[in-house]
Design a protein around this ligand. Structure first.
Ligand SMILES: Nc1ncnc2c1ncn2[C@@H]1O[C@H](COP(=O)(O)OP(=O)(O)OP(=O)(O)O)[C@@H](O)[C@H]1O
Ligand SMILES: Nc1ncnc2c1ncn2[C@@H]1O[C@H](COP(=O)(O)OP(=O)(O)OP(=O)(O)O)[C@@H](O)[C@H]1O
Ligand SMILES: [Mg+2]
Ligand SMILES: [Mg+2]
Lengths: 268, 268
């Protein structure tokens, strides 16, 4: 059955949808069949990204690969328990179809806590959590001492992942491989960067995740959204956008993430 | 009664909590009494920022001004309609106390759509929406043509603000002054920056907001969170953090935002 990769972080704007799209395109380029679920369907970033890609293919007569994609909307039912049953049915049936037909299923979660997001987390084989290089983003993972930078205790998203791991173990005895990657890294700010790196390293042992090197702040990660493209598509004929030094560096960042997930360098 | 400033954007991580804190501290430095409501209480960034400030004051024996602050949690009631009544009661009573005692009330909203956030938006005199310099963030305001960069139509957050304006007019005939500010602006990426600026300018006329110059990507906006400080506190004795060129530039960015909101340069 398909390997499920969930992109999650209750903190907003940490790069979940961006990471999800780049991962999806990478997997397809490696020759895998990929299914994707947009768990943040109202905002719909991933759904729009893929619609834009389909439109680009049509306009240019291209065949850039696209995943089998389904948005999962929140229920509009007013009774809280009925709403959860409705959401669980639609989620389970969409996922059920994909796990048989695809090698990988990638799920993009919202930057907020809700029942659908918790369902998705409890199904993860791999959970990837991008974070901004910031004490504000770290505040969702742990409370930090302002003077020593010591970890004072886990915070709400770390607790949510803890719950998801218990539920996953309860479902089928499975475990969640949790990877935390720093995103939008600046080339400057040496001291803040060192502080964050130090905290992430301590935290990795405490709340059990593996840190990944992460992505730099690069306009190439966001300027191609309207065309549904990623930097990984730039070598395809017909795409018509030139490569640059920043593109090469970004390509290597994506490869490094794939290696941390478990792919061999030759795959990427 | 107090002037209500709501910081809102359904898109995550656009800088709402960061902007809210810097605005609150600026207003207090101008001598105004400020109340603040954390409408994103589970995530609690603003609430934690203020708790960190109170702890810093206690530890250093300082008296840096703090707002009268209340987090407003989402209801845990399972019936959807009962939950809304519960949220509305708590929100209205917290706001009611603040509007009489304070000159300004600042509300920090979540990066997702919910009933409390919509209530807050419908009470705004001024609505400030920070956005990342990105087509992904713009996608929440409008659908954009990938080739011409023309506005094809409003998107979900613009529609949410439209609703809030109708509700506000219905409540007391009031209007919402909507300001959109670009955040985390890079010094590079000239073409993407120009494209975004061009779209924002067109959009301002279409969905009726005033663009503000916005904040650059600067570590000073985020490195002081654990101490509850902002760059505006750095000149206070006892704070012990030196000023720099980036700090001076950031101070000017905050002043420019205040001017767009309606304060005279001499106030800031
Ligand atoms: N490495 C990067 N370099 C440059 N820009 C980036 C990078 N990663 C993300 N961005 C930009 O940062 C913003 C937030 O990214 P994204 O929308 O992927 O985050 P998210 O976690 O999915 O947000 P939400 O919580 O709202 O779902 C977007 O404007 C995106 O284009
Ligand atoms: N101008 C800036 N310069 C540098 N970092 C910034 C700036 N503005 C925001 N940040 C950082 O970007 C991230 C998102 O900012 P913030 O938490 O204020 O956004 P938000 O809109 O409140 O997010 P959410 O939707 O999760 O509530 C944080 O890590 C913050 O420290
Ligand atoms: Mg997203
Ligand atoms: Mg916030």
């Amino acid at each position: 059955r398909a390997h499920v990769i969930v992109i999650g972080n209750e903190k907003g704007g940490s790069g979940k949808s961006t990471t999800a799209m780049h991962l999806i395109v990478s997997l397809m380029k490696m020759g895998f069949t990929v299914g994707s679920l947009d768990i943040d369907a109202r905002q719909g970033t991933l759904t729009r990204y893929i619609e834009n890609r389909t439109a680009f293919n049509a306009k240019k007569g291209l065949k850039l690969p696209t995943p089998e994609h389904r948005p999962i909307y929140r229920s509009e039912v007013s009774d809280g328990n009925e709403a959860k049953l409705d959401e669980r049915d639609r989620f389970t049936s969409a996922l059920g179809e994909m796990v048989v037909g695809c090698n990988f299923v990638v799920m993009d979660c919202p930057g907020s806590d809700n029942y659908l997001s918790r369902l998705a987390h409890a199904c993860a084989d791999t959970l990837i959590t991008p974070i901004n290089d910031s004490f504000i983003d770290l505040d969702m993972l742990a409370r930090i001492d302002p003077d020593t930078l010591d970890i004072k205790g886990p915070s709400i998203y770390a607790e949510m992942v803890w719950d998801a791991r218990k539920r996953r173990a309860g479902i089928d005895g499975g475990t969640i491989d949790w990877i935390v990657m720093r995103n939008r890294l600046s080339h400057l700010d040496a001291r803040n960067k060192r502080d964050i790196a130090e905290i992430v390293e301590k935290l990795a042992g405490r709340i059990r995740f593996r840190p990944a090197p992460g992505f730099g702040e690069r306009v190439i990660y966001r300027e191609l959204f309207l065309k549904g493209l990623t930097l990984l598509d730039l070598r395809e004929k017909g795409v018509g956008i030139p490569m640059s030094m920043s593109h090469m560096a970004a390509r290597q960042e994506v490869r490094s993430l794939l290696e941390v997930i478990g792919f061999k360098p030759s795959d990427g």
